[in-house]
Ligand binder design. Structure first.
Ligand code: ADP
Length: 313
């Protein structure tokens, strides 16, 4: 598979007796964005720490273009950029000086360093703030400066560990725009998150992790196809619906589940056309909806179906 850039095989890592990563394998193709999705504590940071050569694995291999990545594989490590969960910036040094420090760590000097600093500031949309200090920046701008720092050495793969944590919605959009520009340039990305909607928006491929194991490794369309319900109908009634009637509703063909109580009910539908049958069925039993709304099924329900838990319990 020549288009595979990153090949992660059978990774394992324990902290004392806690098995944080337990036989994880997946790969990233050139130009692909892979979303590593899982709840807090799933093992995502440990996995990206091993991939980026910061942590040693107990077992398994990480290959970038066929060459091993490890804490001692310096040349290969240089082809990876990491945006860690915790910001690494000097708050009272101007943005451009922060970048020069990072650039020097990668061995960049003089004109090459100046050129790369200007290019990455432009890429993350901070060119006009180069002389300003991060302490005057919003959370999202700091995060974008950290992304710029990780891009200085022109990595083949950029890894972002929960980059939207603690970031307001407007800055979040600015981060997404930066990432879309990187995707457009053909860079491969690995993006960790516990938000399905973020991963769904960015990733061509989703690896779902829980308790250090891979539960699913598929593209969003394949994950949607696995959902038992494709749509949902929310109804609010004028009079309470008995549990007995609700159970009858759940037995209608094409209904994947009914939940709720009294006046408000949610019906999971195999497809959206069954909404009409549900409303007819309610009307025939004298139940008048005062409000109803349909929605597509949420990809987040894949996690619920796989684990019996929601992503953010
Ligand atoms: P995530 O990034 O998905 O939140 P982590 O990789 O940070 O998950 O953590 C996976 C598991 O390993 C968790 O149970 C966490 O408490 C544990 N863990 C992470 N780092 C350490 C550490 N340095 N020492 C001990 N346990 C750790």
């Amino acid at each position: 598979m020549r288009d595979v850039l990153l090949d992660v095989r059978d990774l394992a890592k324990a902290y004392g007796r806690r098995q944080a990563v337990d036989g994880v394998s997946f790969h990233v193709r050139r130009g692909q964005t892979v979303g590593l999705l899982g709840p807090n504590g799933a093992g995502k940071s440990t996995i990206v720490g091993i991939i980026s050569g910061i942590l040693d694995a107990d077992a398994g291999t990480v290959l970038l273009d066929g060459a091993a990545v490890g804490t001692r594989g310096h040349a290969t490590r240089r082809r990876i950029g990491l945006v860690p969960q915790d910001l690494a910036l000097y708050d009272d040094l101007p943005a451009i000086e922060n970048l020069k420090l990072f650039g020097a760590l990668y061995g960049l000097k003089n004109a090459a360093l100046a050129g790369r600093c200007a290019a990455v500031l432009e890429l993350v949309g901070l060119a006009d703030r180069a002389r300003d200090k991060p302490l005057t920046f919003s959370g999202g701008m700091k995060r974008r400066l950290n992304i710029a720092a990780a891009l200085l050495h022109e990595p083949a793969l950029l890894i972002l560990d929960e980059p939207t944590v603690g970031v307001d919605p407007q800055s979040r959009n600015a981060i997404f725009e930066t990432l879309a520009a990187l995707q457009g340039s053909g860079m491969a990305l690995v993006y960790t998150s516990h938000y399905m909607e973020e991963v769904e928006r960015l990733a061509d491929h989703i690896v779902i992790i829980d308790h250090g194991k891979v539960l699913a490794d598929a593209n969003p369309a394949e994950l949607y196809a696995r959902l038992p319900a494709r749509a949902a109908l929310h109804v609010e009634l004028a009079a309470p619906l008995s549990g007995e009637l609700a159970a009858g509703l759940a037995r209608l063909p094409g209904i994947a589940g009914v939940s709720g109580e009294s006046l408000a009910w949610d019906v999971r539908l195999e497809d959206g056309t069954q909404a009409i049958a549900v409303l007819d069925w309610l009307r025939d039993r004298g139940q008048v909806p005062v409000h109803f709304a349909t929605a597509r099924a949420r990809l987040e329900d894949v996690f619920l179906d796989l684990t019996g838990r929601s992503l953010r319990d």
